[in-house]
Write a protein that binds this ligand. Sequence first.
Ligand SMILES: [Zn+2]
Length: 131
Amino acid sequence: MPNAPKPLRPHWVPERKPFNNSKKNSDFYNSWRWRKTALAYREKNPICVKCEEEGIIKASEVVDHIKEINNGGAKYDESNFQALCHSCHNSKSGKAGASSKKLTVQVKRPKYLEEIARHRGIPPKNTPDNK
Ligand SMILES: [Zn+2]
């Protein structure tokens, strides 16, 4: 119904504006091509790069665009990707705040992350002693 009247809104209620980014890219992020690309990238980059900078080995959970695609960043160019965990991704987007990572409880690393940590010379400081 293109000619349906807009629902009346009392003048003291501020007009709701949709968030700029919330819906805009969801088609892209839900697309088969992106999922496949992100999965393949995470297989190659299984740990969070931000955590690694701090000596923490944490599994990557999302593929982030370094230059946001809303700002013209390349969608499918791996040089524009970084593998992040949820808390780093959230602190990048400013949702959870930068301090959220400090509150993250480090759980025992899965075996494959231990392997990666060892290869990169990162001490297994978060692993409980199994002796
Ligand atoms: Zn992280």
